[in-house]
Design a protein around this ligand. Structure first.
Ligand code: GLY
Length: 384
């Protein structure tokens, strides 16, 4: 039976919700996290790239600043997590190699490198031969590369395991139940109601429910965040001992116009991702998704054929109209968003936790979070 009151109740026990709960609990806040399957949805499907540089998009400068702060926050967060739990955080400071297959692919990564340099980001252009020197099992057809020393990865499943242990040790109460609705009394959120009818009262409700954030009952329609699911399939492959390490760095490839990434784990796993499809909440793994991932992966890493296919799985990225998260006040007292992290949920877990905790504790939105308030999506009333 859940406690019937807390200081903060968090709807959603993925990486964002758990990291936020842990941050708050360490500051002495009484926190409840409600989620029927904590850590088992979007957070368990990711490849876990910390990729502010290699995933930069033209014109997303505020998001780049947040993403860079996100990658900078990871080493201290990982060290704290390991210290608190004795478990691995999953952080792997490997650097990232972007590679191109044909001449058009090479032109595309050179254009991107130019933009990244204009933004002051650390990238080093390489020939195909130089790229293969860093990763000898890359295909001879790889024609160009780019070394990005500060884009890394996190084994998301290890991070979830460690965060579940850390939150428990810090006194967070995890309620493995479905949330029926957010309780709103007048102009104020005052807690949640679980399926079955129990109510947990709280001063603050944080919605960190990823792609389900707009679906939760009780929240006035005009305040619902514009978050939608964007399906992504990934593959988990196992590298036989004889071929290890197949890769030492994250490899992102543009292969005949298609983008694929290969993320090695120190334990011999290789994650290949990801498709991107607007199919609502459908998480079936489709044959075409598996085919395209393998087709593109083996073009740049021929040894892919020799790896064991351990898992093919689909997850849902919580996506917003501008690809940036929705953080902070929702528009009524006592309700905060920590959602819409799209492709950057693993990357942004520690920094989001810090920003939301600061908002809860001080009542003030930190400057870094201000461009990501929900109000940016509300249309201004028309002048009469
Ligand atoms: N960040 C990688 C992806 O969403 O596929």
């Amino acid at each position: 039976m859940a406690d019937t009151s807390a200081d903060v109740v968090i709807v959603g026990g993925g990486l964002i919700g758990l990291a936020t709960a842990w941050r708050l609990a360490r500051d002495g806040v009484r926190v409840v996290v409600a989620d029927p399957t904590p850590g088992e949805q979007t957070s368990s499907v990711a490849a876990g790239m910390l990729a502010p540089v290699t995933e930069v998009e033209y014109g997303e400068d505020d998001l780049l600043a947040l993403n860079l702060a996100g990658v900078a926050a990871w080493p201290a967060f990982a060290a704290d997590l390991e210290h608190a739990t004795g478990l691995p955080s999953g952080l792997y400071a490997s650097g990232t190699l972007s590679v191109a297959y044909d001449a058009d692919d090479a032109a595309a990564i050179r254009r991107l490198a130019e933009y990244q340099r204009r933004l002051g980001l650390d990238v080093v252009e390489l020939t195909g031969r130089e790229a293969r020197k860093r990763e000898p099992l890359l295909a001879v057809g790889v024609s160009a590369g780019m070394w990005v020393p500060n884009d890394h990865s996190v084994d998301n499943r290890r991070a979830v395991t460690a965060l579940l242990a850390a939150t428990e040790a810090a006194g967070v109460q995890l309620v493995r139940r479905t949330v029926a609705r957010v309780v709103v009394d007048g102009q104020r959120a005052s807690g949640i109601e679980l399926a079955g009818g129990e109510v947990i009262r709280a001063e603050t409700v944080v919605v960190a429910a990823g792609p389900w954030s707009a679906q939760i009952d009780g929240i006035p329609d005009e305040l619902r965040p514009p978050v939608r699911p964007l399906k992504g399939e990934i593959l988990r492959l196992r590298v036989p001992e004889a071929y290890r390490p197949a890769l030492q760095h994250t490899v992102r490839a543009t292969a005949r116009g298609f983008a694929v990434y290969l993320v090695p784990r120190p334990d011999g796993e290789l994650v290949v991702g990801a498709t991107s499809t607007e199919l609502g909440y459908d998480t079936r793994v489709l044959a075409g998704g598996v085919f395209s991932l393998l087709r593109d992966a083996r073009m740049v890493l021929p040894i892919t054929d020799e790896l064991e296919l351990v898992e093919a799985v689909a997850g849902l990225r919580p996506t917003t109209p501008d690809n940036a998260p929705i953080l902070g006040p929702a528009g009524i007292d006592g309700l905060l968003w920590a959602t819409g992290h799209y492709r950057n949920g693993v990357l942004l877990s520690p920094i989001t936790a810090g920003l939301i905790a600061q908002t809860v504790l001080t009542g003030t939105v930190p400057d870094l979070a201000k461009p990501f308030l929900a109000e940016r999506f509300r249309t201004a009333p028309r002048a009469s």
